[in-house]
Design a protein around this ligand. Structure first.
Ligand SMILES: [Zn+2]
Length: 120
């Protein structure tokens, strides 16, 4: 069985919603909980991403209790996956456009990304 933290130490990056006020009542949002946190492998390295959920402070808001999260954090990787979309796109490019073997793809991912590996 794989270790849960097999990716090792990585810099922590905290994400919060892109807006500070509730889009429905304009009251300030407050942090409520950690929506998720995981280590994500990107082409630029590994990050320990923390998506912080925020909700409206206004209890009379029509959307009270709705948790707002960072769109940027949601665009990093799929749910339950520790690989970034940029890595998945590169693997798809290498496999289906350049017809590389699994061993060649593993080799390309292990080393520095060259212009031959570039996904467009
Ligand atoms: Zn509101």
């Amino acid at each position: 069985m794989l270790e849960k933290n097999r990716l090792g130490a990585a810099p922590r990056v905290y994400f919060r919603p892109e807006f500070k006020n509730c889009p429905h009542c304009d009251s300030k949002l407050r942090r409520t909980h950690t929506a998720w946190e995981k280590k994500i492998v990107t082409r630029d390295g590994i990050i320990h991403a923390w998506s912080m959920a925020y909700a409206s402070k206004n209890l009379d808001c029509s959307h009270a209790g709705v948790a707002y999260k960072s769109a940027e954090a949601e665009m990093l990787s799929m749910k339950h996956s520790s690989y970034g979309y940029d890595v998945l796109a590169l693997v798809g490019e290498l496999r289906f456009k350049q017809h590389r073997t699994v061993a060649e793809i593993a080799e390309a991912l292990a080393g520095p990304i060259t212009s031959d590996d570039k996904a467009y």
